[in-house]
Design a protein around this ligand. Structure first.
Ligand SMILES: Cc1cc2nc3c(=O)[nH]c(=O)nc-3n(C[C@H](O)[C@H](O)[C@H](O)COP(=O)(O)OP(=O)(O)OC[C@H]3O[C@@H](n4cnc5c(N)ncnc54)[C@H](O)[C@@H]3O)c2cc1C
Length: 506
């Protein structure tokens, strides 16, 4: 038998449209490998809920690979050491894997693996798994690149793998590698290719009809949103396959005059583009994980971190009903819709004036769908530190009135307020002591800050930083390197030229 090739699975836990697997299988026998990396799982952006999702995914990946002829090898340890030990045993000639745009730790690990390959004389073949382009410096032409990638035919899995080793998936692959975040997640989405397939199927077949108009409220978004994020983040589904199936379903909907579904799928398609748009930013500037996108904001919040306020926010005890309901919902489900994620982050950054880094890590641990490229960019956007997006300060009372007008979501997730009447449900601090007792709301905390005053102060502080000399020039440079080119023909004045003192209150 010829020497095998090794396929290293990372955040691409599927066999469909998997170029490394296809290319390796063309050459002969394949060793499919997943490495449980204890040091990764000790990072402050990792958590048990993500691990559990991955564990589900590995079971199905192993089953599908096993059906082809060679099951999944799971090893625990440092990736280079695991590869070196497998190399001694099996003498593979090449490693095939997808490029990963992860956090700094995975960038460093991948560099070490490249070094090991060079030293060991092993060829390393890395392929993009979605529309992110490695080595790019500026964003001109990027959208065309994305479209071209998505238009290429998705790859069918190999029909057969030559058996190389017998292996059995451990009952709990993560038994010796506990994760950093341990907050339980009773309603986590199950991981795996099959679960992802059925979520996609139900969305395209009709659930997606409610997408437009349905994804802003936490009441409707749970069903109206695609809910595909963890399946995309851990690669149970190929993004290209999702884009192609979405476009086919949109054509069918148009042909059937189902305009509601067609326009919803259009809006959804755009989000799939955003997925890569944001990850591309981290690919180009990995430091975004740690530093402000626009360095002119350095020093703005660094010295003001109030641990008690952070704890109140992190546990859903701020005294702002919708903020607390969203945090508690997220803790329970491992997922939250976009608008409410943005509101949570905006509340931490503006009302509590917390530097984005700790809140971002907290949210990362709570998201089953944690995707570093989207996450750190969004956290910075909602904190006003990109310099190229108009700052949005979400008003937690108005958002509640708009997105949960009858207080159903709040009453469900903040049961201390279950009996409070509509008139006070979003502003329970206006109740007198006797009314609080009458409605059983005494256990609910007083607001951590005065939200109106805090928002005014935040806007003023942000404005001061945006007025500094050189701010606009740096914002232009950020836009040139990372900013979206879509819509720039529609928008006469790019946001970098917006009045530097203005922040939008919404
Ligand atoms: C502070 C903050 C942090 C976030 N962190 C993450 C994260 O770690 N992982 C993550 O997948 N999404 C993140 N998002 C983006 C977005 O909230 C989620 O992708 C979305 O809520 C997932 O639900 P869905 O799959 O039903 O979304 P849908 O609306 O159905 O979108 C489909 C897919 O498009 C992509 N997408 C959707 N919205 C965005 C967006 N605004 N930017 C980039 N890609 C998008 C996702 O891959 C998503 O699964 C974050 C948003 C904010 C405001």
């Amino acid at each position: 038998m010829s020497a095998p090739s090794l396929v290293w699975f990372k955040r691409d836990l599927r066999i469909d449209d998997h170029r490394p697997l296809v290319e390796a299988a063309r050459l002969g026998p394949v060793l499919p490998l997943y490495v449980v990396e204890p040091d990764y799982w000790q990072l402050p952006d990792s958590s048990q809920r993500q691990q559990a999702f991955v564990a589900d995914s590995l079971i199905e990946l192993d089953r599908q690979l096993g059906r082809l002829g060679q099951g999944l090898i799971v090893q625990v340890g440092d990736a280079t050491e695991v590869l070196a030990s497998l190399h001694r045993r099996h003498g593979f000639r090449a490693i095939f894997c997808h490029e990963e745009t992860g956090n700094d730790w995975t960038f460093v690990r991948d560099r070490a693996v490249r070094g090991w390959c060079r030293d060991a004389g092993v060829d390393l073949h890395e392929y993009p798994q979605f529309g992110v382009k490695r080595g790019l410096r500026e964003r001109d032409g990027w959208s065309r690149h994305w479209e071209a990638f998505m238009a290429e035919s998705a790859l069918e899995p190999p029909t057969r793998l030559v058996p190389v080793v017998e292996c059995e998936l451990p009952d709990n692959p993560f038994a010796d590698s506990p994760a950093f975040g341990t907050t339980p997640c009773p309603s986590r989405q199950p991981g795996g290719i099959g679960a992802g397939e059925s979520v996609l199927e139900s969305f395209l077949a009709g659930r997606g009809r409610a997408y437009r108009g349905g994804i802003s409220s936490p009441l409707s978004a749970e069903v109206a949103g695609s809910r595909l994020s963890p399946y995309i983040a851990w690669g149970n589904l190929s993004l290209r396959r999702i884009v192609q199936r979405t476009r086919a379903a949109r054509s069918d909907a148009r042909a059937a005059n189902d305009t509601r579904l067609a326009s919803s799928l259009n809006a959804f398609d755009q989000r799939l583009h955003w997925h890569c748009h944001f990850i591309q930013k981290l690919e180009q500037r990995p430091v975004i994980e740690f530093h402000n996108v626009h360095r002119g904001f350095d020093g703005m919040r660094e010295d003001d971190f109030d641990q008690d306020q952070f704890q109140a926010w992190a546990t859903g005890q701020t005294g702002y009903p919708l903020v607390d309901a969203c945090m508690r919902f997220l803790i329970h489900h491992g997922w939250l819709n976009f608008r409410m994620r943005a509101m949570l982050m905006s509340f931490a950054a503006y009302h509590l004036w917390l530097h984005w880094r700790e809140p971002a890590l907290h949210l990362a641990r709570l998201f089953t769908d944690y995707e570093p490229g989207i996450h750190f960019n969004q956290c910075q956007m909602q904190s006003g530190t990109t310099g190229i997006n108009t700052p949005r300060i979400y008003n937690p009372v108005k958002q509640a009135q708009d997105q949960d007008p009858e207080g159903r979501f709040v009453r469900r997730w903040v049961p201390e307020l279950a009996r409070v009447p509509d008139s006070h449900i979003f502003e329970p601090w206006r109740l007198g002591q006797s009314e609080r007792e009458q409605f059983g709301a005494t256990a609910y905390p007083e607001p951590v800050v005065d939200y109106q005053q805090a928002a005014r102060e935040a806007k003023a502080r942000l404005g001061e930083y945006r007025k500094q000399p050189g701010f606009r020039e740096q914002a232009r440079a950020v836009h040139q390197a990372l900013g979206s080119r879509r819509g720039s023909t529609r928008r006469k004045t790019p946001s970098v030229k917006a009045d530097p003192r203005q922040g939008r209150l919404i």
